[in-house]
Write a protein that binds this ligand. Structure first.
Ligand code: ASP
Ligand code: MG
Length: 412
């Protein structure tokens, strides 16, 4: 039997009417004889509201209690959707993350899925039921409820699709696909019909709204992920492993820019006078990793006088925590001098195999220079070139790059 996993985001189940519309959509698919597992997020902004409530009764809510609280948002939407399905005559059952067999580690608020025991879901599917699963949550070996991190229902959906061997995972959201850039900033942005996991990962990391871990999982388990609107039937974007077609005479044309990504709220920390000896970078970054602060761009200068400078970026939200960790360390090392800067942004040109095609980096720098945008730091990977710039110039930079890389022109 064909099997699909659907995922409906918070805006798609924001009220009773929307839940009924989702139910009708699921019934249409189920009527064709396709098995459906539907993963839902909490209704509208209810997760934000729960977080606010928690902070109104406590200065530092306990992470275990916080997870149990937040998991209730998804219980509301998944039970309501199941009732709406039943109301249309469709047999369905709602399952919490733990009932669906989603086992995670113990890191509350950012739990990683260890394994999925699909037996209960499979039993329900065999009975011809639609299985509605509360997204974003799982359970530890000690039976504590965890959540996967904000936006984590995408990851629930792809994990279930992988574990169940579903034909594909369909993510229904309030945008109708993946664009060459953020359409709110670049009106000429085009919808992509397909994109590969690596490129999407860069675009998701850099603004497009999908939980990056879901795309990583999709890539590892080769789950095709179709992203489209839950409000209309316009075709969306398929994230999958794009097969090269050697007969199409466009072998190396595949190598082109796919999109322009942008992350705001980037902050930079510079540590000067770091002793140039083995182990120093590890000593600097290990405490950050242990506190769950993720570091993005890292630049280390060549050393002079046996000391060096290291600059790196973190999310602006993590800046105070990161600074205090680095301060501890620099006091230990004695010699270092610290500075930081907030209100930066990272703009990136993303596309498969760019690094092997000359001219991409220089084109990016030329476009930014002509727009009078100063570049603070630069990093490259196989599929992306990123520049750290001032946040106030980010929108303009994205527009210029979108035009500069001819992304507004349809594919040949
Ligand atoms: N409801 C959770 C959140 O708002 C999870 C999700 O939407 O995927 O972050
Ligand atoms: Mg949400």
């Amino acid at each position: 039997m064909a099997l699909v996993v659907h995922k409906y985001g918070g805006s798609s189940v924001a009220d009773a009417n929307k839940i009924q519309r989702v139910a009708r959509r699921i019934v249409e698919v189920s009527k064709l004889g396709t098995g459906v597992v539907a993963v839902v997020s909490a209704m509208g902004d209810s997760t934000d509201e729960l977080i606010e409530l928690a902070h109104s009764v406590s200065n530092s809510p306990n992470p275990r209690e916080m997870d149990l609280l937040l998991s209730t948002g998804e219980l509301v939407s998944c039970t309501l959707l199941t009732m709406a399905l039943a109301n249309l005559g469709q047999e369905a059952v709602s399952l919490t993350g733990s009932q669906a067999g989603i086992h995670t580690d113990t890191s509350h608020g950012r739990a990683l899925i260890h394994r999925v025991d699909t037996s209960r879901m499979q039993k329900e599917l065999e009975k011809g039921r639609v299985v509605v699963v509360a997204g974003f949550q799982g359970i530890t070996e000690d039976n504590d409820i965890t959540t996967l991190g904000r936006g984590g229902s995408d990851t629930t959906a792809v994990a279930l699709a992988a574990a169940l061997g579903a034909d594909r995972c369909e993510i229904y959201t309030d945008v109708d696909g993946i664009y060459t850039s953020d359409p709110r900033i670049v009106p000429e942005a085009r919808k992509l019909t397909e994109i590969d996991y690596d490129e999407m990962l860069e675009l998701a990391n850099y603004g497009a709204k999908m939980h990056p871990r879901s795309i990583e999982l999709g890539g590892v388990y080769n789950v095709p992920i179709y992203v489209s609107s839950s409000f209309n039937d316009t075709p969306g974007t398929l994230i999958h492993c794009i097969p090269g077609n050697a007969n199409e005479g466009e072998m190396e044309n595949r190598i082109k820019a796919t999109g322009i990504a942008c992350t705001n709220n980037v902050a930079k920390i510079t540590v000067r006078g770091v002793p140039d000896r083995p182990g120093v970078a590890a000593a600097l970054f290990e405490p950050l990793a242990q506190s769950g602060i993720s570091v993005d761009t890292i630049v280390q200068n060549t050393s002079e006088d046996r000391t060096t400078d290291i600059s790196f970026t973190v999310s602006g939200t993590d800046l105070p925590a990161a600074l205090s960790k680095v301060e501890e360390l620099s006091t230990e090392m004695g010699t270092c001098e610290l500075s930081s800067e907030a209100n930066l942004a990272a703009v990136s040109v993303v596309g498969s195999g760019m690094q092997h095609t000359p001219g991409y980096a220089s084109r990016m720098f030329r476009v930014l220079a002509d727009g009078n945008v100063n570049i603070d730091m630069i990093t490259t990977s196989e599929i992306r070139i990123s520049c750290i710039i001032r946040e106030e110039q980010a929108q303009e930079a994205v527009k210029l790059l979108h035009r500069g890389f001819q992304l507004d022109e349809p594919n040949p």
